[in-house]
Design a protein around this ligand. Structure first.
Ligand code: GTP
Ligand code: MG
Length: 200
């Protein structure tokens, strides 16, 4: 898929206020600082469509972008932000869970995982919750440029092993680097394919 147009549409605090659900939608989620905004910029080939930052917690709203006038891309706030207060965490939880459970046009959630770390509780918990709610998702490993090929393979294997403790079937995995432009075609091909399944 060629991306000819990518435009920021709106930021919202609740799914009800989001743009009309008349196009297929893909949301990007993961721990704070995992590289969501960077991945979105890589996919859309724009330097600063989504705001990136070395300070965690930059993205705090449900951010909609429209791509090629055909599908929505959504940048969600990161979870597991250590500095957030309890109240903030509860508000995040409600906003995101409502959005994930109720957004009608949501086709796939891209769950981002930093490939450098072994499976983290907060990620596994979130993946398991998604599975229980039967919300369609794939896993995207980020920052693969930061480690060698062998470590990439062993990180992926460790995740598969972890998930197979709970689930019979494994989700689709993508390995990416926003720095080195890795995984872009694979993810865009996937979206193109799933777009065809969208029914208004
Ligand atoms: P929040 O919105 O704060 O939750 O963060 P985010 O998940 O959107 O992360 P963001 O894209 O802002 O990236 C966080 C930091 O990681 C930035 O300093 C990025 O430059 C860096 N980063 C993101 N992706 C990659 C990557 O593929 N490779 C490398 N080397 N660095 C990356
Ligand atoms: Mg961000």
């Amino acid at each position: 898929m060629n991306i000819t147009e990518a435009e920021f549409l709106a930021s919202n605090t609740t799914y009800e206020k989001c743009p009309k659900p008349n196009l297929p939608e893909y949301a990007f989620i993961g721990r704070s600082n995992v590289g969501k905004s960077s991945l979105i910029n890589m996919l859309t080939n724009r330097k600063s469509l989504a705001k990136t930052s070395s300070t965690p917690g930059k993205t705090q709203l449900i951010n909609h972008f429209i791509i090629n006038e055909k599908w929505y891309l959504v940048d969600l706030p990161g979870y597991g932000f250590a500095k957030a207060s309890k109240d903030n965490k509860a508000a995040w939880d409600k906003m995101i869970r409502d959005y994930l459970e109720k957004r009608m046009n949501l086709m796939t959630v891209f769950i981002l995982i930093d490939i450098r770390h072994e499976p983290q509780k907060v990620d596994v918990k979130f993946i398991n919750w998604m599975g229980e709610k039967e919300i369609s998702f794939v896993i995207v490993f980020t920052k693969s440029d930061k480690i060698g090929k062998q470590l990439v393979a062993s990180s992926v294997a460790a995740y598969k092993k972890e998930l197979l403790q709970t689930w019979d079937q494994l989700p689709t995995f993508f390995i990416t680097s926003a720095e080195k432009n890795i995984g872009r075609d694979e993810i865009l091909d996937y979206i193109e394919k799933v777009n065809k399944e969208f029914k208004k």
